[in-house]
Design a protein around this ligand. Structure first.
Ligand SMILES: Cc1cc2nc3c(=O)[nH]c(=O)nc-3n(C[C@H](O)[C@H](O)[C@H](O)COP(=O)(O)O)c2cc1C
Length: 338
């Protein structure tokens, strides 16, 4: 079944096609963003209306993400995409986070319940439109009404969102990102790990990042990977990121949580998804600037720059920019386990 041939919302459960329905929802869930497009999730279907969302730690990024923090955030984003898709099909999710301490790979147990509590169809339609855009954005700031909506959305998940437009503060953050880029790229193991996930979209694995995402033709992806693996290009990356922040990122965004627990990471991922879909529904795109969160030595410095307090989990930029080609995803048969 393709996304175009999905079951209609009206016919959904009356046809007792709950299995098909769950699969249609999962096809939307896996369109969520994930670090390096690792797609580190598995879904264990326990009955026609319940499933476990599991971390696939074989897809971890031990150098850049040693505690699986970003892996867990990515899974949280997939969970929220599932919730948005469920509402389209007239279903609500009852979610139990980390339901079993002796099985830490089960991040959430999800029951489907008849009757969507709210209409999220504008977000549902935004799922296939959402992109990570690494190019510069226009100099337009976001409308107040939209930024206020995003801030309200994250509160539902116990997450704070600081939106930064002040040029002096953006410059300080740009310097911090540039410092982080230089530190990360100087580390051959960081470069090796990143390069391992830069490959052509034609690869059978259907994961990772094509060179296209970085402005080069897909066929040159292996050369991009070779360059990343072989040379310390940190200076160039740092200069590029700094320039992008100063010239092409009118709004920076920091997601923070109260602590660094697994539940907070899942909630951050859900909040991330909800914000990105809200933005995409309003033609706004986004990109990540995570080195200051990923490096333990820089994270406290970012924390002092954040008005909302809390532990920074994601540093991003939001704005109006080009929409790149969609990135690849594995077919859902590969992410469903018995
Ligand atoms: C938790 C998380 C961390 C990410 N970190 C970065 C990052 O540091 N740099 C970057 O360019 N993209 C980052 N990404 C974006 C992913 O590379 C992107 O989601 C993936 O390649 C799929 O592309 P898409 O978002 O266009 O669907 C991150 C995404 C997530 C969810």
């Amino acid at each position: 079944m393709t996304l175009e041939q999905e079951p209609s919302p009206e016919s959904a459960l009356s046809q007792e096609s709950a299995g098909d329905l769950l699969r249609a929802m999962l096809k939307h869930s896996v369109l969520a963003p994930s670090g390096h497009n690792t797609q580190p999730w598995l879904f264990k279907l326990s009955s026609k209306n319940s499933l476990d969302l599991m971390a696939d730690r074989t897809r971890a990024l031990p150098v850049v993400d040693p505690y699986d923090r970003e892996l867990t955030i990515s899974c949280g984003a997939a969970l929220d995409h599932l919730e948005v898709a469920a509402s389209h099909y007239g279903q609500a999710l009852k979610v139990f986070l980390s339901p079993n301490p002796s099985e830490p790979d089960i991040l959430a147990r999800v029951n489907l319940i008849n009757g969507a509590p709210e209409n999220l169809d504008d977000l549902f339609r935004a799922i296939p439109k959402r992109r990570t855009t690494r190019a510069k954005f226009d100099n337009r700031t976001l409308p107040d009404e939209l930024t206020e909506r995003c801030q309200a959305v994250v509160e539902e998940f116990g997450v704070a969102l600081d939106l930064i437009t002040d040029s002096e503060k953006r410059l300080s953050i740009a310097d911090l990102v540039a410092e982080g880029d230089r530190i990360q790229f100087a580390d051959p193991s960081f470069r090796r790990e990143l390069a391992a996930w830069v490959h052509s979209r034609r690869r059978a694995s259907q994961d990772g990042m094509s060179g296209e995402g970085f402005g080069m033709p897909d066929v040159l992806s292996p050369i991009g990977a070779l360059v990343i693996r072989t040379f310390d290009i940190g200076k160039g990356v740092a200069a590029g990121d700094r320039d992008k922040i100063v010239e092409g990122s009118p709004t920076l965004a920091v997601f923070s949580s109260t602590d660094d627990s697994v539940c907070s990471w899942i909630q951050t991922g859900r909040a991330l998804s909800r914000v990105l879909l809200t933005l995409a529904a309003n033609e706004v795109t986004s990109s990540y600037l995570n080195p200051p969160v990923e490096l333990a030595e820089l994270r406290p410095r970012l924390q002092t720059m954040v008005r909302t307090g809390g532990v920074p989990q994601l540093l991003m930029r939001f704005g109006y920019g080009p929409s790149p080609s969609p990135t690849v995803r594995r077919v859902i048969e590969q992410v469903i386990v018995d």
